[in-house]
Design a protein around this ligand. Sequence first.
Ligand SMILES: NC(=O)c1ccc[n+]([C@@H]2O[C@H](COP(=O)([O-])OP(=O)(O)OC[C@H]3O[C@@H](n4cnc5c(N)ncnc54)[C@H](O)[C@@H]3O)[C@@H](O)[C@H]2O)c1
Length: 248
Amino acid sequence: MGLLTGKTALITGAARGIGKAIALKFASEGANIAFTDLVIDENGKATEQEIAAFGVKAKGYASNAADFTQTEEVVNKVKEDFGSIDILVNNAGITKDGLMLKMSEAQWDAVIAVNLKSAFNFIHACTPIMMRQRGGSIINMASVVGVHGNASQCNYAASKAGLIALAKSIAQEMGSRGIRANAIAPGFIETAMTEALPEEVRKEWMKTIPLRRGGTPEDVANIATFLASDLSSYVSGQVIQVDGGMNM
Ligand SMILES: NC(=O)c1ccc[n+]([C@@H]2O[C@H](COP(=O)([O-])OP(=O)(O)OC[C@H]3O[C@@H](n4cnc5c(N)ncnc54)[C@H](O)[C@@H]3O)[C@@H](O)[C@H]2O)c1
C-alpha cells in the first residue's frame, strides 16, 4: 500500500518540471493522476506514459489554467473519468520579470492570471466535489519570494503571496468539511524556469543557500506527498519552505 493508494490527484501545469515530479512521486505512492498543461504534445504524452508505468491511471488534459470556463470543463471531465478528486495541486506558473518602473500592464496581468487566478479557478471547481467526498487536500505552489519579496519580480512575488493567503483562507473556510489547504514555497529549484538564469546570478544565489545546492523537483515532490497524504492529516493553513535553508 502506498501513502496515496486509492486517491485521485489533479495537478496543474504538470507536463514537465516540478509538476511532473509531483505527478511521478504521487503515482509511485499509488495515486491516480490527472494533470493539465497548456497543450498535451509528445512531451505531455510521454509524461502520461511515465506516470502510467507505476500501474495507476494517468491522463493529461490540455487546458489554460487561467481560464475560468476551461477550468470548469476540465474539472468536470476529470470527475467523469476518475470518479473523484481527492488532491488538488495548483502548480501552473510563469514568470515575466522586470523592475516596477519598466513593468507593463500585460506582464502584471499575465502573471497574476496564470499563477493566482488559476488557483481560484481550480479551487472553485474542485471544492464542491471535495465537500461531497467530505475531505480533500489542496496544495498551492507558492515561492519563497511570496514570503520575502524579490526585486524585479513584483508581479510574481505578489501572485505567490496571494497563493499563500488563498490557502490560509480556504483552510479556515473549509476545515470543518475535512478539506485541508497548504502552500509550498520552493527556493531555487533546478528546472527550465531557473535554467534561463545567467551563470553569475546562479553563483550569487548559491552563496545564500546554507545547503550550497539548488533543490531538485523531487525535493519539492517529497513535501507535496507529505501534504497530500494522511501523514499531514492535522496540518492545514501552513507554508512549508523547501529552500535549502535560504530563508529562515
Ligand atoms: N523552479 C523554481 O525554482 C521555482 C521556485 C519557486 C516556485 N516555483 C513554482 O513551481 C511551479 C512549477 O515551476 P517549474 O519550475 O516546474 O516551471 P516550468 O516552467 O518547468 O513548468 C511550468 C508548467 O506550467 C505550464 N503552464 C504555464 N502556463 C500555464 C497555463 N496557463 N495553464 C496550464 N499550464 C500552464 C507550463 O507549460 C509548464 O509545463 C510554478 O508555479 C513556479 O512558479 C518554481
